[in-house]
Design a protein around this ligand. Structure first.
Ligand code: ADP
Ligand code: MG
Length: 605
C-alpha cells in the first residue's frame, strides 16, 4: 500500500486557522486596526457596510509596506514583529503570530493598497480565498488600506452562524471601543453604511473615555495611580454615585491590551464595599502595566483572559489602591444606610389605600412566644434611621429587657405563637419575622420584585396584543445600534404592546405602549428591554414578555433604605408567600433566608 499522509494545502490550513482567529466581522476589525496601530498610524478610519458582511475597510497613515512585504504579509507565520523566541515573552506590539492576514485572506476577498512614505508609488494586491489574483502598481496615499469584501463567502457554515446585523455591529463597536480606549493619541473614525458612528480626535485619556462612552462620565471619574514594583495601575474609577446595576463600563487593560477579569473585578467590588448598593458597580478604566514576562502572552488570539504570575498580590494591591483612592477623593457614599433619611415613598401602589405613615413597630415588653394578647403599639418618635438595632440608649435598654425575658423563659422557644408575631425592618433592607420554625429574613426589594413580576406577567397575558395608542407619537432617543436592535425585535415588542416605526434614517418613533402603563415608565422600560437585548448580543435567553415584566418589576420595587410600616411588611410577606416562587427573584436570586431554631441553638453550643 502506498503512503497515505499528505500535507494539507496552505489554503485549507489557513481556512482552518481562520476558524480560530476570525469568528465574525468584529475579529477582522480587531486584527486590522491592531496592525495599523503597530504600523505607527496616527489616524485610522474604519468603514463598515452591512455590519461587515459586505465590506470592512481599514485605512491608516502608518509605515506602509514595500511591494514584497505587501505580498508576503498574507503568508502564514509572516510577521515583522517577532524573530526569536525571546521576543515572544517581551511583546509590546499587538500582533505577533503572523496569522491574521493569512486567515482573513482565506475566508474573504481581500484588496490591499499600501505605500511607504519613501516610495513614489504604491502596490495593490488582490487575494480571494487564499488565491493570489493580482499585484499591480497603484497611486495611493502613504499608509495602508485594507478592504475585506464578502466575508465568509466560501465558508457558508460561518456565514450562517453570524447573527443579525445589529448584533454583529454591536460586536464591532465593542471591539472598536476596546482598542480606541488604549490609544487616545491616535485619531479614530468609525462609519457604518456611510453614517458616522465615532469620530475621535487625538486627546488625553480622560477626554477619550468621555468621547467614547458619554459626557455624563465627565464629573464621575476619579484618577487612579497605584505604583508598586509588581504592577503599576493608572486610569480612572467612577465615584460611588455613578454605580449602576447594569455592568457595561468596566474595563481592564494590561500592557495596553484589553483583558477580561472576573477576578480583578472582584477586587474593585471589594474596594467599593458599602459605598454602593449591592450588585451595583461604578464604571472603571484601569490600565495595568506589568513585566511582560510575568503574564502569559502566548494566548489564544481571540482570548481576552490573561494569566498573571502574581495574580493574588495584584488583587490585594488593586483593592487597597482603589480603596485609598476613594478615601482620598472626597466622595460621599452614594448609599449610606446608616445616615440615610427615610424616603416617603409608599410600598403600596398609588391606587391602593394609603398605609399608615412608615414607622417602626416594636413593643419592648411583648414576647411573641409567650404572650397571646394583642401587642401594644410602641410608637417611638419617627426615627431618622431605619436600622432597628441602633445604638441609642433607650432602645438598648428595651432590647436588653427583651433579651432578658427570652432568657427567663427558654421553653417558650418551641411554642407556636398564637398572635401574629411582630416583624422588624432591619438595616432598611430586611424584614425579619419569627416563624414557627425559626426566623425568616426577607429581602424587601427582591421580594417586592418577585411580587410585581408576577403581577406584570398576568397583566401582559391578559392584555395580549392590546396597545394604548399615543396621542402624540414620541421620537425615541436611540443610537444606531439601539435602533437596529429595536428593529430586530419589533414584532416581539408589538406583542407586548409597543408600537414602533423605524425610518430609513434610523429615527425610531414610538406610537403605542402597553395599555396598563404610564408613558414615561413605558419608554424607560423600552430602553431597558433594548439594552438587555443588546447586552445579550441578540441572544435573548428569555422572552420579551419576561424581560418586560422583570424590568417593570425591578424599576418599581421598593428599594433598600425605604422604611416600611407594619402593614406594609405584613402585606409584602403575604404577597410573597402567595406568589408562585416565593423563594427566588425572577432572575434566580434568593428572596428569603431562614435561620431555624436548630441553627440558632447550634450557634450557642
Ligand atoms: P502580525 O500582526 O502578527 O505580525 P499579521 O498577519 O496581522 O501578523 O500581519 C502580518 C504583517 O503584515 C505584519 O507583521 C506587518 O509587517 C504587516 N502589516 C500588516 N498590516 C499592516 C499595516 N496596516 N501597516 C503596515 N504593515 C502591516
Ligand atoms: Mg496582526
Amino acid at each position: 500500500m502506498s503512503d497515505v499522509i499528505k500535507l494539507m494545502p496552505d489554503s485549507l490550513a489557513n481556512q482552518i486557522a481562520a476558524g480560530e482567529v476570525i469568528q465574525r466581522p468584529a475579529s477582522v476589525i480587531k486584527e486590522l486596526v491592531e496592525n495599523s496601530v503597530d504600523a505607527g498610524a496616527t489616524k485610522i478610519t474604519v468603514n463598515v457596510k452591512d455590519a461587515g458582511r459586505t465590506l470592512i475597510q481599514v485605512i491608516d497613515n502608518g509605515c506602509g509596506m514595500s511591494v514584497t512585504d505587501a505580498r508576503m504579509s498574507f503568508e502564514r507565520h509572516a510577521t515583522s514583529k517577532i524573530t526569536k523566541t525571546d521576543d515572544l515573552f517581551c511583546i509590546y506590539t499587538k500582533g505577533f503570530r503572523g496569522e491574521a492576514l493569512a486567515s482573513i485572506a482565506a475566508v474573504a476577498e481581500v484588496e490591499l493598497k499600501t505605500r511607504r512614505a519613501e516610495d513614489p508609488i504604491g502596490t495593490d494586491v488582490i487575494i480571494n480565498g487564499s488565491n493570489f489574483v493580482s499585484q499591480t502598481p497603484v497611486n495611493t496615499p502613504a499608509g495602508t488600506n485594507f478592504a475585506i469584501k464578502s466575508l465568509f463567502y466560501n465558508v457558508p457554515a460561518r456565514r450562517k452562524f453570524l447573527k443579525s446585523n445589529s448584533t454583529e455591529l454591536q460586536h464591532i463597536i465593542t471591539e472598536f471601543q476596546r482598542i480606541v480606549l488604549t490609544h487616545p493619541m491616535i485619531e479614530f473614525m468609525l462609519y457604518h453604511n456611510d453614517a458616522m458612528i465615532y469620530s475621535l480626535p487625538k486627546s488625553n485619556l480622560k477626554q477619550r473615555i468621555i468621547n467614547v462612552l458619554g459626557k455624563n462620565l465627565n464629573s464621575m471619574l476619579i484618577p487612579v495611580e497605584i505604583d508598586t514594583s509588581i504592577v503599576k495601575v493608572t486610569g480612572y474609577t467612577g465615584k460611588p454615585s455613578s454605580s449602576k446595576r447594569r455592568n457595561d463600563k468596566q474595563y481592564f487593560f494590561v500592557n495596553n491590551r484589553y483583558m477580561k477579569s472576573a477576578y480583578f473585578n472582584k477586587a474593585v467590588v471589594l474596594a467599593y464595599d458599602k459605598l454602593t448598593l449591592p450588585d451595583c458597580l461604578p464604571p472603571y478604566f484601569l490600565y495595568f502595566e506589568v513585566d511582560p514576562r510575568s503574564i502569559d502572552v502566548n494566548v489564544h488570539p481571540t482570548k481576552t483572559e490573561i494569566n498573571f504570575e502574581n495574580a493574588s498580590e495584584i488583587f490585594h494591591l488593586l483593592q487597597a489602591g482603589i480603596k485609598e483612592t476613594l478615601s482620598k477623593s472626597d466622595v460621599t457614599p452614594a448609599i449610606d444606610f446608616e445616615n440615610q433619611e427615610i424616603k416617603d415613598i409608599p410600598y403600596f401602589p398609588s391606587d391602593s389605600p394609603m398605609p399608615e405613615e412608615p414607622q417602626i413597630d416594636y413593643d419592648p415588653n411583648y414576647n411573641p412566644f409567650i404572650s397571646t394578647e394583642k401587642p401594644k403599639d410602641f410608637e417611638p418618635k419617627r426615627p431618622k434611621n431605619p436600622t432597628f438595632f441602633d445604638t441609642t440608649t433607650p432602645r438598648e435598654r428595651h432590647n436588653a429587657q427583651n433579651w432578658q425575658r427570652l432568657h427567663d423563659e427558654p421553653q417558650a422557644l418551641t411554642d407556636t405563637p398564637s398572635a401574629a408575631p411582630p416583624m422588624l425592618q432591619l438595616h432598611g433592607k430586611y424584614i425579619v419575622c419569627p416563624t414557627p420554625n425559626g426566623i425568616m429574613f426577607i429581602d424587601q426589594h427582591r421580594a417586592h420584585t418577585r411580587i410585581l413580576y408576577e403581577k406584570y406577567l398576568r397583566q401582559i397575558d391578559s392584555n395580549a396584543d392590546a396597545v394604548q395608542q399615543l396621542l402624540y407619537p414620541q421620537e425615541l432617543d436611540l443610537d444606531v445600534t439601539q435602533s437596529a436592535m429595536a428593529h430586530d425585535i419589533r414584532d416581539e415588542l408589538q406583542s407586548v404592546g409597543y408600537d414602533i416605526t423605524i425610518h430609513d434614517d434610523g429615527k425610531a418613533i414610538l406610537t403605542g405602549i402597553p395599555p396598563y402603563m404610564e408613558q414615561n415608565k413605558a419608554t424607560e422600560i423600552l430602553y431597558r428591554i433594548i439594552d438587555s437585548y443588546r447586552n445579550e448580543h441578540g441572544n435573548i435567553s428569555s422572552s420579551i414578555k419576561d424581560i418586560l415584566a422583570q424590568a417593570a418589576a425591578r424599576g418599581e420595587a421598593v428599594t433598600a433604605g425605604h422604611a416600611l410600616s407594619k402593614e406594609e411588611m405584613q402585606q409584602l410577606k403575604d404577597d410573597l408567600m402567595s406568589s408562585s416562587s416565593p423563594n427566588y427573584t425572577p432572575d434566580g436570586n434568593p428572596t428569603t433566608v431562614m435561620l431555624t431554631w436548630d441553627d440558632i441553638e447550634k450557634k450557642f453550643n
